[in-house]
Design a protein around this ligand. Structure first.
Ligand code: HEC
Length: 464
């Protein structure tokens, strides 16, 4: 014990650890900070958990298009604790996204973004984007059919950004389409690029919390006036402030530990999400369902009229970004209490209801792609040439049926093809299948010439 203390003394003297930590632990915070203040720090707990489990996964994961799926199967079914580890990383990610959202709503409702904490809000908004990007890229790294699909959809969405789109998509995919490089690209983004940015921005975010102090719980009628806020805040802390540790910090610690406990329990009981079917480029529509936190966006885009989808995808992130940045800049003084800001309550209610409803719809997905489809029956295909009959089979095997219905069988994502033979010529159909476009994937690379001819032959028999 004595020796240990001696070693610590030596270490502390040379490094100044106590000197660095004490002011952080002792710094004064408003006395009435409460349980609503724990979501930010709980997000940080999750982040650390993600770094640790992510590192462990990276030891075993083989980031290339050819090997990723197999190595993930190895992690899940053979490596010691692999399944558990994946579970923690998955539920950790889910918790992180959920907690970031709750933290943001709390800050917004309490108007904690007002003077002098505008930069905290802005850095927090960037952290939100980075966290979501982590979720998205992480889901791709599973590199099952779902991951491949998400990569393609992501690149397609990116491709719609005016001017830069094509370049962005190329950078992400490492080429025009999925290539051997695609997984390494996403791996580098998920493991190096974004975590580095996250570390830097979390550092900034925490530094700002220390510099400006945490906001006091709002009181109705007590307005923020930039001219004298700092002086008022300092005086308030001097008179009534309590040291961060342990008076306020114990709540952060207790809640953080609880969150981690729940994550561990969930990964033991529920476990990591199943890995989907192996990636098969000719069957990329096998099960295109994103993880739960993206489900609502998935539903939103699926239900959106096709004409506005491109515009919405290109511009909504831009608009959202501008709104998030302008919010604290245009709105940095005055009333903070949510009771005097009914609009804030209304906006949060509307957004939460909207996200929840789209999420619910997404879970049920009454629109297509319809994955529970069966092959077209002989009755539907009818008495047609051998080629066309084969085309009728391919219509199911190549997943056209997920998006297109024929005589009432199939999905509704794309146009009904019951009478396509009366509407389009053989050339038009072939071109459409090969090139895709307008939410129709291109099948040029995944169909043989005979498949293509047979499919076209089949579709041409669909006449009034
Ligand atoms: C992910 C869903 C999806 C899948 C899978 C899909 N399509 Fe499509 N398809 C669409 C959409 C959406 C359109 C409408 C495109 C547009 O607006 O130009 C479309 C359009 C078409 C058209 C033109 C229809 C018309 O009336 O203009 C044909 C023909 C067609 N698809 C055939 C196929 C075939 C054959 C397959 C399978 C090899 C297939 N599609 C797979 C979504 C899909």
């Amino acid at each position: 014990m004595k020796t240990l203390r001696k070693i610590w003394k030596w270490f502390d003297d040379r490094t100044g650890t106590t000197e660095a930590i004490n002011p952080l632990a002792d710094h004064l915070v408003p006395p009435d900070a409460n349980w609503l203040y724990v979501f930010g720090s709980a997000t940080l707990f999750c982040f650390i958990l993600q770094v640790v489990t992510g590192l462990a996964l990276a030891f075993l994961y083989q980031p290339s298009t050819g090997t990723a799926y197999e190595s993930l199967k190895y992690i899940t079914y053979q490596a010691h604790f692999g399944h558990f580890l994946r579970g923690i990383h998955y539920f950790g990610a889910s918790a992180m996204i959920l907690l970031v959202g709750i933290h943001m709503i709390r800050v917004y409702l309490m108007a904690a973004f007002k003077y002098p904490r505008e930069m905290s809000w802005i850095s927090g908004s960037i952290l939100l984007v980075l966290t979501v990007t982590m979720g998205f890229t992480g889901q791709l790294l599973r590199w099952d059919s779902n991951g491949v699909w998400s990569a393609i959809v992501g690149a397609e969405q990116a491709g719609r950004i005016p001017f830069l789109g094509k370049a962005v998509a190329r950078i992400f995919l490492g080429g025009e389409t999925i290539t051997g490089l695609t997984v390494s690209r996403f791996f580098s983004i998920h493991v190096f690029l974004i975590p580095a940015m996250l570390f830097a921005l979390i550092g900034l975010h925490l530094y700002l919390v220390i510099r400006n102090g945490i906001s006091e719980p709002p009181k109705t009628g007590k307005k923020v006036e930039p001219a004298n806020y700092r002086k008022w805040y300092q005086d308030m802390l001097r008179d009534k402030g309590v040291p961060f540790w342990p008076d306020a910090g114990w709540r952060d610690l207790a809640f953080g530990v609880l969150v981690i406990f729940v994550i561990v329990i969930l990964s033991l009981v529920v476990g990591a999400p199943e890995i989907g079917k192996p990636p098969d480029p000719s069957d990329i529509y096998a099960n295109p369902r994103p993880d739960w936190y993206f489900m609502w966006i998935f539903a939103l885009f699926a239900l959106m009229p096709r004409e506005i989808e491109s515009v919405a995808i290109a511009f909504s992130p831009v608009i959202l970004g501008i709104v998030l940045i302008l919010l604290p800049l245009l709105n940095n003084k005055g009333e903070r209490s949510p009771l005097r800001r009914p609009w804030a309550i209304a906006i949060v209610t509307i957004i939460v209801t909207m996200v929840a409803s789209f999420w619910y719809i997404g879970q049920k997905s009454p629109w297509s792609p319809a994955f529970q489809t069966k092959p077209l029956s002989q009755e539907v295909i009818g008495n047609v040439s051998t080629n066309a009959t084969n085309g009728g089979d391919l219509f199911y095997k190549k997943a056209c049926i997920y998006c297109h219905a024929v005589s009432g069988y199939g999905g509704k994502r794309g146009p009904d093809l019951t009478y396509v033979g009366s509407r389009l010529t053989s050339e038009q159909i072939t071109i459409k299948i090969v090139n895709g476009g307008g939410n129709m994937p291109s099948f040029g690379a995944s169909l043989t010439g005979k498949d293509l001819n047979d499919l076209t032959a089949f579709l041409l028999t669909r006449k009034k």
